[in-house]
Design a binder for this molecule. Structure first.
Ligand SMILES: Cc1ncc(COP(=O)(O)O)c(C=O)c1O
Length: 506
């Protein structure tokens, strides 16, 4: 069985000794000292630090070993299967990382004059056009830094639209299905709207009758995730669009789950007015640990005038930044967005091409359905909202029967999976499934990897019936064993920086 490395590794501040340093060739050291000296001279005296920063002093080999050991006690998408549902944790081609690291890309400064950054402006402009094509929207804004940030922009655009029409006082409600990602209602509330939740029907789709009862002249719009968080494509999408539009509302498409639809269908063609994408899920940016990401937003022709400034404009000859948009909602983020992340998306789309993107969608759906069929055979698990139809990118199982019969919960299964050298799926989400295990295999794992996961799940469930104590105490083979879940996430025990850690220690 898998056994994770377990080093007794101190934090870097407790390593090294005063005076130790990494080796630099004398000429390089001389040049760095000169450059630093020149920079220092530019800082006014009263703004200079009196003391040297308190940094650890280590030799090169100490630094290397420290981080190597930490990495051995970690698990990432490059280590193996990572079925974290709704997160699309797929392998990201390393060439895209290399491209984003080119000095011609990462050394340009956003304050440079547009005439000196024509190359990057062209890339961003072209990416906007590609994403508009992929989503079937008119214009795309690359600025938002994450999906939730894109949602916030989307709801601000709704506000601007209804304000322009003189209806913002009346249209205070945004409708959100109960299967939505938690960021949807949060974004709507942050933009000042009231959230109205609409339930799912027995097949896991929006309950149309319930929707009709909550739509009114107070409706500002609907936020819909498609495929939804159960992995189900909303089959009544056209009717939903009609109901909302006829009531004067706008349709917002949470496109965080775009992976299985690439090149197949487009939110714009389904009638949606605003769409956000999660670049860090669908288009080649690793995002475990919280970033960096990008959540571009595409909009219909009617809404383009409200997009944040600056817009990148091409006059047939050169690219420039246009701030002259009187109806723009203003800025949502500094400069043009997370450029390195956007560049990786550009490289990913170009390298796959239209046919390649379609294949991404097809294989991700094939993998999810293969996995689902296999897991359906395991005693202790059930597939809620099962109408016998295929899922798209993910499937959500319930471990409720197992929990009732053995006491082993979704959380215990997730922990035991770590003992098999596998990442756990998302658990306890969506909230409409009890003891939920939300599993998304993506297109980047081989059949053998998926089979290995299924086999581990089968063994864990069998073990739960035979010897639940072992499963309840998992994990057994990881660097960090069972955590106290409450303590681990309590602000009083968490130290988010070295300074905070020292303060708490005193
Ligand atoms: C369906 C859905 N919507 C929105 C988001 C929010 O995206 P982000 O985490 O980038 O803010 C996610 C995140 O995974 C998601 O799965």
């Amino acid at each position: 069985m898998f056994k994770q490395a377990n080093w007794n590794e101190p934090i870097i501040f407790n390593l090294g000794r005063s005076g130790r340093k990494g080796h630099l060739l004398p000429k390089a050291e001389e040049e760095i000292r000169r450059a630093v000296g020149e920079l220092d001279a530019l800082i006014p005296k009263h703004m200079r630090r009196e003391h040297k920063p308190n940094l650890p002093e280590l030799s090169e080999v100490e630094v290397y070993r420290h981080f190597l050991r930490l990495s051995e006690m970690n698990y990432g998408v490059d280590s193996g299967f990572y079925p974290l549902g709704s997160c699309t944790m797929k392998y990201n081609p390393k060439i895209n990382e290399q491209l984003a690291n080119l000095p011609t890309i990462n050394m340009v400064h956003p304050y440079q004059d547009a005439s000196t950054v024509q190359g990057i402006l062209e890339i961003l402009y072209r990416l906007e056009r590609m994403l508009a094509e992929i989503t079937g929207t008119h214009e795309v804004c690359l600025q938002p830094s994450a999906g939730a940030h894109g949602e916030f922009l989307g709801t601000l655009l709704m506000r601007a639209y209804h304000k322009k029409n003189g209806e913002i006082q009346q249209r205070r409600e945004i409708i959100v299905p109960d299967s939505a990602h938690g960021t949807n209602p949060a974004s709507a509330a942050m933009a000042g709207f009231n959230v109205v939740v609409v339930p799912s029907d027995s097949e896991g789709c929006v309950d149309l009758e319930a929707l009709k009862t909550v739509v009114s002249e107070r409706t500002a719009g609907l936020m819909l995730t498609n495929p939804n968080t159960l992995g189900i494509f909303e089959k009544n999408i056209e009717e939903i669009a009609k109901i909302i539009h006829e009531a004067g509302g706008l349709l917002y498409y949470d496109g965080a789950n775009l992976n299985p639809l690439l090149g197949k269908v487009r939110p714009g063609d389904m009638g949606f007015d605003i769409v956000h994408m999660n670049i860090h899920k669908t288009f080649s940016t690793p995002h475990g640990g919280g970033g960096p990401g990008a959540g571009p937003v595409g909009v219909s022709k009617d809404l383009a005038r409200f997009l944040p400034v600056p817009r990148i404009v091409f006059d047939g000859n050169s690219y420039r930044l246009d701030y002259d948009r009187p109806e723009s909602i203003g800025k949502i983020r500094c400069f043009y967005g997370n450029v390195a992340v956007l560049l990786k998306a550009y490289a990913y789309i170009l390298s796959l091409g239209f046919e390649g993107l379609k294949e991404v969608a097809e294989v991700s759906v094939l993998n999810a359905n293969y996995l689902m069929k296999k897991l359906m055979e395991i005693k202790g698990l059930t597939l809620p909202f099962n109408s016998g139809k295929p899922r798209k990118h993910e499937c959500v199982f319930s471990a409720k029967p197992l929990k009732n019969e053995t006491g082993v919960s979704a959380l215990n299964i997730a922990k035991r999976l770590l003992d098999y050298g596998l990442h756990a799926p998302t658990i306890y989400f969506p909230l409409i499934v009890e003891e939920a295990l939300m599993i998304e295999p993506t297109e980047t794992f081989e059949k053998e990897e998926i089979d290995r996961f299924v086999e581990a799940m089968r063994k864990i469930c069998e073990e739960a019936y035979a010897n639940p104590e072992k499963t309840l105490k998992a994990p057994h083979n990881t660097a960090i064993l069972k955590l106290d879940e409450v303590k681990a996430s309590h602000p009083r025990t968490m130290s988010l920086s070295w300074r905070m850690y020292l303060k708490k220690k005193v």
